[in-house]
Design a protein around this ligand. Structure first.
Ligand code: PLP
Length: 227
């Protein structure tokens, strides 16, 4: 248990150092703790150390953890690929969704979001490295998709998310993150009120913060390797 607290502190230190090195304000990067495949006890250990935002990739697992913690002020983010037949569960149990990649799923989520809840906070996922195997919309589709999502009543569009291709060097990592940041800045200039660039994981959070990430999604460095 205390190992999680120590690792959480080490991650916060990495974030603070990267933020300072980039000359950015100290509170400009949020930490999302990615707890997929890890037991609820690990979530509770991190929560006891002040971590309130958690990310999950699998609908059933995430819903179970969200339901087990409804009496706590935790914020659950869905960050995995989403099939249409699971969208209702996400609309009902999560505060955020980072992986909108098509209009139809956004429309479904907006229809399914219970009216007594605040709008589902969403990011559009962009396939920034143009890989065949990765989910996310193409960079040249992002603008139309974002404008369509922004019009849906029960979603609130917050920004963009990416999972770049694995690259060896920090320079190559930064090039992908910089592409997402430029797209984000363009959309803001077009009048969309975006405030979230969801990018950076355990191995590349420094590069992501250097390129403007406002939210990093960290699993392994907090909870250890996954099986
Ligand atoms: C698993 C996952 C993470 C966390 O990755 P780590 O390398 O363990 O930090 C972040 N984002 C997404 C979309 C993931 O699936």
């Amino acid at each position: 248990m205390s190992a999680i607290v120590d690792k959480l502190q080490a991650v916060r230190r990495r974030i603070n150092e990267a933020t300072a090195a980039a000359g950015r304000p100290a509170d400009s990067v949020r930490l999302l703790a990615v707890s997929k495949t890890k037991p609820l006890a690990d979530v509770l250990a991190a929560a006891a150390a002040g971590q309130l935002a958690f990310g999950e990739n699998y609908v059933q697992e995430g819903v179970a953890k969200a339901m087990a913690t409804v009496d706590r002020a935790l914020e659950w983010h869905f960050i995995g690929p989403l099939q249409s037949n699971k969208s209702r569960l996400v609309a009902e149990h999560f505060a955020w969704l980072h992986t909108i990649d098509r209009v139809r799923i956004a429309e479904r989520l907006s229809e399914q979001r219970p009216p007594h809840l605040p709008p589902l906070q969403v990011c559009v996922q962009v396939n920034i490295s143009d890989e065949d195997s990765k989910s996310g919309c193409r960079p040249d589709e992002a603008s139309a998709l974002c404008h369509a999502v922004a019009r849906l009543p029960h979603l609130q569009l917050r920004g963009l998310m990416c999972i770049p291709a694995a690259t060896e060097t920090v320079l190559a990592q930064r090039a992908d993150f910089a592409r997402l940041r430029r797209l984000y800045e363009q959309l803001r200039q077009d009048g969309l009120a975006l405030d979230t660039l969801s990018m950076g994981m355990t191995h590349d959070l420094e590069a992501a913060i250097a390129e403007g990430a406002t939210l990093v999604r960290i699993g392994t460095a907090i909870f250890g390797e996954r099986n």
